[in-house]
Structure formats: C-alpha cells, structure tokens
Ligand binder design. Structure first.
Ligand SMILES: Nc1ncnc2c1ncn2[C@@H]1O[C@H](COP(=O)(O)OP(=O)(O)OP(=O)(O)O)[C@@H](O)[C@H]1O
Ligand SMILES: [Mg+2]
Length: 325
C-alpha cells in the first residue's frame, strides 16, 4: 500500500447541494498547488463528474472493473488535461453493475487505497446507504457539505450521524447487541432527540461499561470538516456555526468549520460550459472561497492567479500554532 496518501471524501446527505462541483474544484486546486491528485467518482448509479471536467465520454470507468477480461486497472486513470490531476470515472460501458454489492465496494476500496498519489478526492453520491458511508469512512479528512436550507442541514446532520454509527457498528462487529443499538436503519432511531450519542453512551454505561473507552475513542477520532455551499447572505453564514453546534450537542463530535462558497452564476455557468470555475477564473469570489477551504484542509495559504491564460499558485506554508505563540 502506498504510504501517506491522504484520502479526502466530499459528502453530505442531500442530492444536488454541490458535492461534485466542490470536489472537482478542490481536486484542481490541490493539483495546481503541486500535489499529485486523483479525483474519483464513487457515484456509480449517476456518475456525472466527467462532465464537470469537460470530458464527454470517459474511455473507462469503475463499471468496467468487474468485466471478465478487464485487467488493466491503470487504464482507469484518465488524463484531465490539468497537470498532476488524474480522474477515475464511475461510469463505463457495463451498466448492469450500477448497483454494486459490498464485495465489489471492498475491491474498489482496496484499488483506491493502493493508488499512487499525494491526495485522493472521493466524490460521494447522495443519501446515507452503506455504499456511500463506507467510501466516506476510508477517508482521513472530510468535507461535509450543506447548503443554508434547513432541509439540507438536517440531511447533513443525519449523514454525519450515519457515518458515526456505522463506525461504531463496524468496530463492534462481533457484538450483535451493540450492533442492534446503533443500527441507524431502525426507524425508531430516526429523530435527533430520540437517538443521540448521549443516549448511546448511557446505554453503554449500563450494558457494556467495558466498551465505553472504545466508544469514546471512536467519537473523538471523527472530526468532520464542514462547508456551507450556496451562501447568499450574512445570515446564511451562520449555518456553519449552527451545524457545528448541533453536531456537538447531539453527537458529541468536534467538527471543524472549513469555510463556505457563495451562491454564484459563475459556478452555475461553469457547470453549463463544462469548465471548472477555478480554471475559468481563479480570482472570482467562489475561487477565493475555495482557496480558503483548501487552506483549512492543507494548512497552507494558497493564492491562485491567472496570467496570459495560465494559472499560477503562490503558496505559503503556515507556521504551526506553537511557533506563532
Ligand atoms: N455555489 C454555487 N452557486 C451556484 N450554483 C451552484 C453552486 N454549487 C452548486 N451549484 C449548482 O448545483 C448543481 C448541482 O451541483 P452538484 O452536481 O455538484 O451537486 P451534488 O451534490 O453532487 O448532486 P448529487 O447528489 O446528485 O451528486 C450544479 O450543477 C450547479 O448548477
Ligand atoms: Mg454529485
């Protein structure tokens, strides 16, 4: 396995909130800053990431992966025309495998983990089914997206809870009683109030006190990064803080706020034109917003500048907090 490859997942429960757009532009920004990046479309049923990169029909994709005579896995890595950036499509000419089972997910996960890159960005599909969550859970860093709409905030909250409870479930795989407790598909567990980490801790304290430490460690180790997309007003900016508080109060998780992206025609137009907004105008407001997010993720200050049709990046590595003090 390649050492030190950083896997970043971009997810969030609701469909259409900008996961793919943000993931694509993050990947481009990181590649421009000099990292070797692979962008991966894990939305097998409805893969469309290639279109955001201006690629009409990807030559290969994950759906070719399970064909009998398919052996050249390297051919899945498609050139994007952007230096340092390769792309793996979720599409392919084998539509029968849109609904992939757990074994296939595991095969793909091991392929991803063995890729040679500095950073791998995973674009997740909508929803909270196990395929989506299991891809999310191979990441070391995460970008969990919401828009300011309350429906999106609630779905993103549920997404984070599903990720946490799936982690707990997998960590206690040999204990069916605990599995039952954290099974998020149980409709009785649907409300925030009726199913919180506090409640889970209480149950553990009563029934499985010997496992409480392990539970605390799982909770402590999950620190999702939050991004608010499609921000239109100062009030919308509060969404990030509100979601942080919700996640802290009900799930006991320390999430990080990574930044926001404004609602902008520049983003929408870039999708229509199949040219990522960071490439079109690296000094537009959405691009500057994206710089901030990459800065939070990589702990470096980046600035993208376009001159004579070429994009340049200036980068300043931040001092650690110890130095600044
Ligand atoms: N900041 C923004 N400003 C304006 N429009 C935006 C912005 N972000 C996303 N959009 C619009 O939202 C559309 C959907 O975005 P995207 O495909 O990235 O969503 P998604 O979350 O990946 O959806 P799915 O869950 O279906 O995969 C884009 O095509 C674009 O038009
Ligand atoms: Mg998408």
């Amino acid at each position: 396995m390649t050492s030190k490859v950083n896997i970043i997942a971009v997810g969030g429960g609701k469909g259409g909130i900008g996961k793919s757009v943000v993931c694509t532009n993050l990947a481009i920004g990181m590649a421009l800053s000099g990292q070797k990046v692979v962008l991966i479309d894990t939305d097998f049923g409805a893969s469309n990431l290639h279109a955001l990169l201006g690629i009409n029909n990807p030559a290969h994709g994950f759906q070719d992966f399970f064909k009998e005579n398919f052996s050249d896995r390297q051919s899945l890595l498609i050139d994007t025309g952007i230096s340092n950036l390769k792309f793996v499509s979720g599409a392919g000419d084998n539509p029968g495998s849109a609904n992939i089972d757990a074994d296939k997910v595991n095969t793909i996960i091991s392929f991803i983990k063995n890729l040679e890159a500095d950073t791998i960005l995973l674009d997740l599909g909508p929803g909270t089914n196990f395929n989506v969550i299991d891809f999310f859970n191979i990441s070391m860093q995460s970008v969990v997206l919401t828009t300011p709409e309350i429906t999106s905030v609630m779905k993103t909250f549920s997404f984070i809870r599903s990720v946490l409870f799936r982690r707990i479930s997998l960590a206690f795989q040999d204990n069916p009683e605990i599995q039952k407790l954290v099974d998020h598909s149980n409709p009785a567990n649907a409300d925030i109030e009726s199913y919180t980490t506090d409640l889970l801790m209480e149950r553990f304290a009563e029934d499985f006190p010997e496992h409480l430490d392990k539970l605390h460690t799982i909770i402590k180790n999950f620190t999702p990064g939050l991004v608010v997309n499609r921000v239109r007003s100062k009030k919308d900016l509060l969404t990030g803080d509100n979601l942080l508080k919700l996640v802290k109060k009900f799930l006991k998780l320390e999430a990080t706020y990574l930044g926001y992206i404004i609602e902008s025609d520049q983003v929408r137009d870039s999708v229509d034109e199949m040219v990522p907004f960071l490439i079109k105008d690296p000094q537009s407001t959405p691009s500057e917003n994206l710089q901030q997010i990459i800065g939070s993720l990589t702990n470096a200050d980046l600035e993208f500048v376009k001159r004579d049709g070429k994009i340049f990046v200036s980068k300043e590595v931040r001092l650690s907090s110890g130095w600044e003090a």
